[in-house]
Design a protein around this ligand. Structure first.
Ligand code: CAA
Length: 386
């Protein structure tokens, strides 16, 4: 099948592959073991246009399209899932959010440093008591007589929170209005009233730093409102549609790494006098892995194509994004599990990356909308029922 990728798309894929194989893959085990944030690798990705792939060149990005983003993300995630998390949040949640909903001044002020990878961006929606039910947030932004907003509250599970310079925050400006009482703000983490909690110890993607953040009388000006007051929930949902394509790409890259390792091992490992790949039970696993991997990759490219259409013509790509995220994350979980099983005891050992792939895969079924939320979005969109 020929997707007809353009020269530019293949070029950015090649740049991502080179950095992924030369710098990220060799250091992935170190960053997983230590939990250190891979700052030098992220800076290198930024210098090569990979921290703002869809950001126009005038704001410091690579000026590429959603398909390029998917191709690059797959390469990075194949080398290390944690790096691809940092890349994904920077690209699809932060840069995409400001480009789509921010003012010209906000684009000028906040996008360049993030797109160039000199600073890191984050996205703060989840709270300790509200994850899937995002409208149940308690973080409050109270408008003052002078037009500023005073923000108080906590946000949790903030990817890149420990290192972020700028964060898109969602807070309640009018609790009586529910979803229509939420507003998005641009947060500068250097300003007074912003605090970071401890970094979360996680099962996987350990090099991607995650923490709670807290606002205590943080003052945001009217110029720091992103979009229109009261439209924050729609902004969050629209931005997450793009984010879900990033997570789908991540899952595809991770699944590819596990699949390739499994096929190589099945050909090389001998048991009962023959390569284990010649046994039908291993062959069945490989066939099932291959089908899910290809389905995930094709659906992720379709979602990127759908986003490119809506970037030009308007409309939504929520269903395509959720279908891709659901299929790819469940494929990654299945494939990393089977790949570990094919490796037997070696798969369980920290001397090989299989156990890391398996730990990293789990998060793709949880963040940016759990698999249950993706099913809900797809079914609601398909039936029109709630
Ligand atoms: N784009 C634009 N608007 C949207 C939209 C979208 N994708 N989805 C919904 N909306 C609009 C609706 O049209 C509706 O507007 P109107 O009232 O004008 O019709 C409004 O938003 C409210 O929509 P719903 O009634 O459908 O909202 P809901 O309360 O039923 O919630 C939900 C829907 C699908 C459950 C949603 O809350 C959801 O996706 N939850 C999951 C949240 C999530 O993904 N969290 C991840 C945290 S971020 C993260 O993980 C980042 C990280 O660090 C890696």
């Amino acid at each position: 099948m020929d997707f007809g990728f353009t020269e530019e798309q293949l070029m950015i894929q090649d740049v991502a592959r080179r950095i992924a194989q030369e710098k990220i893959a060799p250091s992935a085990e170190h960053f997983d073991r230590t939990g250190e944030f891979p700052l030098d690798n992220i800076r290198l990705l930024g210098e090569n246009g990979l921290m703002g792939i869809e950001v126009p060149t005038e704001y410091g990005g690579a000026g590429m399209d959603p398909v390029s983003y998917v191709l690059a993300m797959i390469e990075i995630a194949e080398a290390d899932c944690a790096h691809s998390t940092i890349v994904s949040v920077n690209n699809s949640l932060f840069c995409n959010g400001i480009l789509k909903f921010g003012t010209e001044a906000q684009k000028q002020l906040y996008v360049r440093a993030i797109a160039e990878g000199r600073e890191i961006g984050a996205f703060a929606l989840t709270e300790p008591q509200s994850g899937s039910d995002a409208t149940a947030m308690r973080c409050r932004a109270v408008k003052q007589a002078d037009g500023t907003y005073v923000i108080n509250g906590k946000k949790s599970w903030i990817t890149s929170g420990p290192v972020a310079k700028y964060i898109i925050l969602f807070a309640m400006t009018d609790p009586a209005k529910g979803a229509k009482g939420i507003t998005a703000f641009m947060i500068d983490t250097a300003k007074p009233g912003f605090h970071r909690g401890k970094t979360e110890p996680k099962l996987g993607i350990r090099a991607s730093a995650t923490c709670e953040i807290e606002f205590q009388d943080y003052v945001a000006t009217a110029d720091e409102v992103v979009g229109v007051e009261g439209e924050g929930f729609k902004i969050a949902m629209g931005v997450l549609d793009a984010g879900r394509i990033g997570i789908a790409s991540q899952a595809v890259g991770l699944a590819k790494a596990a699949y390739k390792a499994a096929v190589a091992y099945a050909k090389e490992r001998k048991s009962f006098g023959q390569a284990i790949g010649s046994f039908q039970m291993i062959q069945a696993k490989i066939a099932d892995m291959k089908c899910r991997l290809d389905a995930a990759e094709i659906l992720t490219l379709r979602a990127a194509w759908a986003k490119a259409q809506t970037d030009r013509n308007g409309g939504r790509f929520s269903t395509e994004a959720s279908v891709a995220k659901l299929t790819a994350s469940e494929a990654a979980m299945f494939i990393t599990h089977q790949a570990l099983q094919i490796h037997g005891g070696m798969g369980y050992s920290k001397e090989m990356p299989l156990e890391r792939y398996f730990r990293d895969a789990k998060i793709t079924e949880i963040y940016e909308g759990t698999s249950e939320i993706q099913r809900l979005v797809i079914a609601r969109n398909e039936t029109g029922l709630r």
